[in-house]
Design a binder for this molecule. Structure first.
Ligand code: CA
Length: 225
């Protein structure tokens, strides 16, 4: 596998680099967040390992920006921060796994292999989302209803992608704000409702058969038949 390692502590990155290479894997190192983010967005890796405490960009921000840039490569956070809070935050910001330092190399390797295996098992399902007559092509960023293409803005696409990623699941406004707009707190805005209304106007006008359902007091979800 081809690993991107974003870690500023050379002692740690050299240790991981040596271990992975000895197992026949490729490693690209980035010693700061900016370089890591650029590599992660522009090159193709099987998995990304990111440290949280980097000199420039926080690891959480890297996860979030990768996901905002539609990079779906699995991410493992490697950090000395070991409170449950840190883990939860990391996973919420788009990471797929979290390992605390000091770590056992065999465990790191096993977790990376598991992430890569999981990602490879579902490539086709991940690149194309479909709910009834509505399809979302993640590679082409193309949304079609009844095979007719619908023009959406970047935020509309991100919102729809989130909803379509788990059909039937209710997404709260806070969750949507966090995922699509990157707010970590509720900024007391109705931007989510505004965007839902825009999506409905573009493809979901039939009030009786709405694809995006409002679940009162809880949020929104994609209808599943
Ligand atoms: Ca560090």
């Amino acid at each position: 596998m081809n690993v991107l390692l974003i870690e500023d502590e050379s002692r740690v990155s050299e240790f991981i680099d040596r271990g992975l290479r000895a197992e026949g894997h490729g490693v690209t190192q980035a010693a700061n967040g900016q370089d890591g983010l650029e590599l992660g967005c522009n090159a193709d890796f099987d998995v990304i390992v990111v440290d949280l405490m980097l000199p420039d960009i926080h690891g959480y921000d890297i996860c979030q920006r990768l996901r905002h840039n539609r990079v779906h490569t699995p991410v493992l956070i490697l950090s000395a921060l070991d409170r449950p809070d840190d883990r939860v935050r990391g996973l919420r910001f788009g990471a797929d796994d979290y390992l605390t330092k000091p770590f056992d190399f065999e465990e790191l390797l096993a977790r990376l292999e598991a992430l890569v295996r999981r990602a490879k098992n579902f490539p086709s399902e991940e690149s194309k989302l479909q709910i009834g007559r509505l399809t979302f092509d993640r590679d082409l960023l193309e949304v079609c209803l009844n095979e007719r293409r619908i023009e959406l803005t970047a935020k509309e696409l991100a919102l729809l992608e989130l909803l379509m990623s788990s059909p039937g699941k209710v997404f709260s406004r806070t969750r949507i704000l966090n995922n699509v707009w990157g707010y970590s707190e509720d900024p007391l805005t109705n931007v989510v409702d505004v965007y839902i209304a825009r999506l409905r106007k573009k493809f979901d006008c039939d009030r009786k058969q709405r694809l995006i359902e409002t679940v009162r007091g809880r949020g929104y979800r994609m209808r599943v038949d």
